[in-house]
Structures are given as structure tokens and as C-alpha cells.
Design a protein around this ligand. Structure first.
Ligand SMILES: Nc1ncnc2c1ncn2[C@@H]1O[C@H](COP(=O)(O)OP(=O)(O)O)[C@@H](O)[C@H]1O
Ligand SMILES: [Mg+2]
Length: 244
């Protein structure tokens, strides 16, 4: 379970998080929506301790992330797969090297053979078998996202954070990424957080939705509750987003 308690974060005068409270139960797929620049990526970074709060805290499995030692934080991050906004593959490395990166960086005790096998398995899972030796420049946008996803999965995480996994993709590719997120949630029983402004994606993959607005969680509920809401702020957001 991930608990976010009264989280505040500013950058200079820019008050981004202004008392975020949210609980994400184990095994659920949660979507986080909200206008561009409202602090969604900042919130994700607090969950894995890549950013530290000004006040408030994130608690994962009963432990405060801001109180962890370096070593404990390291151990915690091993439980997480993170699909960063824009996939962020290294152009000079092959697909195989890119996907294997978390295994190498976090000094796991895997042999070269095991690493090869894990990479192969995850590339198959995301529908890209046999692409190990390609370079990112040889891949389409959708394929890059899939490689990023294989990399997020390679450590077999309990939690997966997706930062705008379908942004910039055509509807067919978006749909297939959505299906992949759903498949992973079902098959691997992971807890997932999907940051998105794709309303179609929200309806498709999320058990629950949290909407951020003015530095707080403005709404939590199902897609149906969101779509049927009469709240003006929610309506404005949905109408704007559906036209994108
Ligand atoms: N490392 C940083 N330093 C300063 N400002 C930042 C940093 N990261 C994010 N911000 C600011 O925080 C706000 C929220 O950013 P972000 O979480 O990326 O928005 P989004 O909801 O689009 O993901 C923006 O105004 C952004 O400029
Ligand atoms: Mg963002």
C-alpha cells in the first residue's frame, strides 16, 4: 500500500504540491490525471524518493520514504519499475543493454545468462521478441515505449509507475500500450500508477482515478463517477482533454 500524507513541495515561489493526500491499495491500477504542469511527475518522483518533500510524507508498506537510509531507499527502489515520461532510452546502447540497465545498476547477483534470459522474457512480454540487437534509432515511438516498459519490468517489480505512457502515440499504439498495462496488472498482480491525460486510456485501464488540481487531490473515484460528475472543474478538464 502506498500512502501519501499531506505532501507539500515548492520550487522557489512555485508551490506545486499543496497538501496531497492519497491512498493506493495493493494490487490496484490507479490513474492520476490533471493539467499539464500540475505536479503529476513531481508526485511520482516523491513516491520513489527521487524528490524529497518540504513537509508531509509518502509511506510505502508502512515505512516513510523520507526517513529511509540510502541503503533502504535503494532496496525500496528495487520494488519499483518506473516508465519515465518520454521513455528515455540510451541511443548508444542496444535494446538489450537498455532493458538490462536496472539489473546492472542495482548490483543484483544475476549471471550474464540470467540477465539475457530476463531481458528476452520481458521483450516477449511487451511484444518485441528478437529486438535485442537493435538501437533505439531503429525503433518507432511505440516500440521505444515498449522497450522502456520492458526495462521497467525487468526487475519484476511489485509497483509500476507509468508517466504518460501513451503521450505522443497514435490511437492504435496507445490502445496496445493500454492493453499491455492491463495485462501486466492482471498477470503480475502489481500495483500500478498511470499518469496520463488520455481520457480514453483512463477509462480503459484504471480501477480508480485521482485528479490533481491546484496542488491537491481534487477527486478520487471510478471512471464512471468522474465522467458523470457535475463538478465544473472536472467537466472543464474532461472537455479540454477529450479534444486533445
Ligand atoms: N526539478 C525541478 N525544479 C524546479 N521546478 C520543477 C522541477 N520539476 C518540476 N518543476 C515544476 O513543477 C511543476 C510541476 O511539474 P510536473 O510535475 O512535471 O508537471 P506534470 O503534471 O505536467 O507532470 C511545473 O511548474 C514544473 O516547472
Ligand atoms: Mg509530467
Amino acid at each position: 500500500m502506498i500512502k501519501i500524507i499531506d505532501l507539500y513541495k515548492s520550487f522557489g515561489n512555485n508551490k506545486v504540491l499543496r497538501g496531497v493526500n492519497l491512498t493506493i491499495p495493493q494490487g490496484e491500477t490507479f490513474a492520476i490525471i490533471g493539467r499539464s504542469g500540475c505536479g503529476k511527475s513531481v508526485l511520482l518522483k516523491h513516491i520513489v524518493g527521487l524528490m524529497m518533500p518540504d513537509s508531509g510524507y509518502v509511506e510505502i508498506e508502512g515505512k516513510r520514504v523520507d526517513k529511509l537510509t540510502k541503503k533502504e531507499l535503494y532496496e525500496l527502489r528495487k520494488k519499483f519499475g518506473f516508465l519515465f515520461q518520454g521513455a528515455a532510452l540510451f541511443d548508444s546502447m542496444t535494446v538489450e543493454e537498455n532493458v538490462a540497465l536496472p539489473l546492472v545498476e542495482n548490483d543484483y547477483d544475476f549471471s550474464e545468462e540470467e540477465i539475457k534470459r530476463l531481458v528476452e522474457e520481458k521483450l516477449e512480454l511487451v511484444g518485441l521478441p528478437g529486438t535485442q540487437n537493435l538501437k533505439p534509432a531503429e525503433l518507432s515511438g511505440g516500440m521505444k515505449k515498449r522497450v522502456g516498459l520492458a526495462r521497467a519490468l525487468v526487475t519484476e517489480p511489485e509497483y509500476i509507475l507509468y508517466d504518460e505512457p501513451t503521450t505522443g502515440l497514435d490511437p492504435i499504439m496507445s490502445d496496445s500500450i493500454d492493453n499491455l498495462i492491463k495485462k501486466l496488472a492482471d498477470q503480475l498482480n502489481v500495483t500500478s500508477i498511470v499518469v496520463t491525460h488520455d481520457m480514453f486510456s483512463v477509462k480503459n485501464v484504471a480501477d480508480k482515478i485521482a485528479m490533481m488540481h491546484e496542488g491537491k487531490i481534487y477527486f478520487v473515484g471510478t471512471a464512471e463517477e468522474l465522467m458523470n460528475s457535475n463538478d465544473e472543474t472536472i467537466q472543464t478538464f474532461i472537455n479540454r482533454t477529450e479534444k486533445l
